[in-house]
Design a protein around this ligand. Structure first.
Ligand code: KIV
Ligand code: ZN
Length: 401
């Protein structure tokens, strides 16, 4: 980590925005299990839920605050427990319920949101800009009277008027907000646009020097990670993310992508993180299994194929030096059981390696040649050639070793 970089706060919302994925519902025990894993992973702030949404949500947030909030397991390097956060609309009932749900956590935060785009003000909330500012200030003032750490999100910021945003944000800073989260709620922005928005807000919001700006991007155009990274480059020092990118519609920014982008380019991004990258794969599997949301095989970092090489040229390169075709070692993210995938694109070197692994390292050149030809012929007929197939080919050439 270059000495001069600033710490990037990793805010995980898998249990709140992630749980808003169609078809996902987690019970309280499953949420606790995931929350404990997030704590060990090194997440700084965990958005545990939206307490006013249902009795079940309230109880889950309360149990996470009590049972996971104080945990320090594997957090020695970070030196403090995870902050437990609850979401609230800018209305008194939400804010009071939220404060109650998180009360037992040693470190706690209320996240208050209110839409600021003219579209949302006119059609959804049916209020004007002055009323929006009044509600935002009243909500943050109430929140601050209950909990010290207040985050404010102008919902649909990605399509809001920039100068109006600066005005609202300046007012909520005066009222006590210390984190300003800038949601691209509908995944509309491009990286240049979102980066420029963060830069503008950092430069023009009254009191901006006293607060932390945060990104919150959705993946409707497949740009969530790119937008988040553009936000960091332009001054954001917190990112709101989910494991495997789960979330509303096309999902949220995937934590593993942002963390590994920073890890792979330590001299490019002006930040460092304190995530234990070796727990990324395990966490991804846990979230996928408990949420029922499959991870696509070619998903960056955590997909089943992310570290597999099938083409002969790539396999040959990797056998000679892994860096030829790998920018991240699988072990860095906790993947340990990687084997070269054998298929019709595989070459002789990869096939010879697999023969050795299967106990046939002693084949004569003619035997090896015959086995390789049989293997290639089988690949033309069978999509997934596995070890049993290879053993069957080898055993017809020479008896079991
Ligand atoms: O996408 C969004 O705007 C949100 C807010 C509640 C922060 O999830
Ligand atoms: Zn969201």
């Amino acid at each position: 980590m270059p000495a001069q970089t600033e710490k990037l706060i990793i805010f995980d919302t898998s249990l709140r925005d992630g749980e808003q994925s169609p078809g996902v519902t987690l019970n309280t025990d499953e949420k606790i299990q995931i929350a404990k894993q997030m704590s060990r992973l090194g997440v700084d702030v965990l958005e545990a839920g939206f307490p006013v949404a249902s009795k079940g949500d309230f109880e889950a947030v309360q149990r996470i605050a009590r049972e996971v909030g104080p945990l320090m397991v594997d957090r020695e390097k970070i030196g403090e427990p995870m902050t437990i956060c609850g979401l609230a609309r800018a209305v008194p009932t939400d804010i009071k319920e939220c404060a109650e749900a998180i009360a037992d956590a040693p470190r706690k935060r209320i996240h208050i949101f209110l839409a600021t785009s003219d579209l949302h003000l006119k059609y959804k909330l049916k209020i004007d800009r002055d009323e929006c500012v009044k509600r935002a200030v009243a909500a943050v003032t109430l929140g601050k009277s209950l909990v010290d750490d207040i985050e404010f999100s102008p919902e649909d910021a990605g399509r809001s008027d920039r100068d109006f945003l600066c005005h609202v944000l300046g007012k909520v800073i005066e009222a006590g907000a210390s984190t300003l989260n800038i949601p691209d709620t509908v995944g509309y922005n491009t990286p240049e646009e979102y980066g420029a928005l963060i830069k503008y807000l950092v430069e023009h919001t009254p009191g901006a020097d006293k607060v932390r700006f945060s990104t919150h991007c959705h993946n409707d155009l497949g740009l969530a990670t790119a937008n988040t990274l553009a936000g960091i480059q332009n001054g954001a020092r917190q990112v709101e993310v989910t494991i495997n990118g789960i979330g509303e519609r096309a999902g949220n920014t995937a934590m593993e992508e942002v963390v590994m982008a920073i890890h792979t380019h330590p001299n490019y991004f002006p930040v460092h993180h304190t995530i234990n990258t070796q727990l990324i794969y395990q966490t991804s599997r846990m979230v996928s299994e408990l949420s029922g949301m499959m991870v696509q095989p070619n998903k960056a970092i955590v997909g089943r194929n992310a570290f597999l090489h099938e083409s002969g040229i790539h396999q040959d390169g990797v056998l000679k030096n892994r860096q030829t075709y790998e920018i991240i070692t699988p072990e860095t993210v906790g993947v340990t059981d990687i084997a070269l995938v054998l298929g019709k694109h595989s070459g002789r070197n990869a096939f010879r390696e697999r023969c050795k692994e299967l106990g046939y390292g002693h084949l004569a050149e003619t035997e090896f040649q015959k086995a390789f030809e049989d293997f290639k012929a089988l690949c033309d007929q069978t999509k997934n050639v596995n070890d049993a197939h290879i053993l069957s080919i080898l055993s017809t050439i020479i008896p079991c070793p």
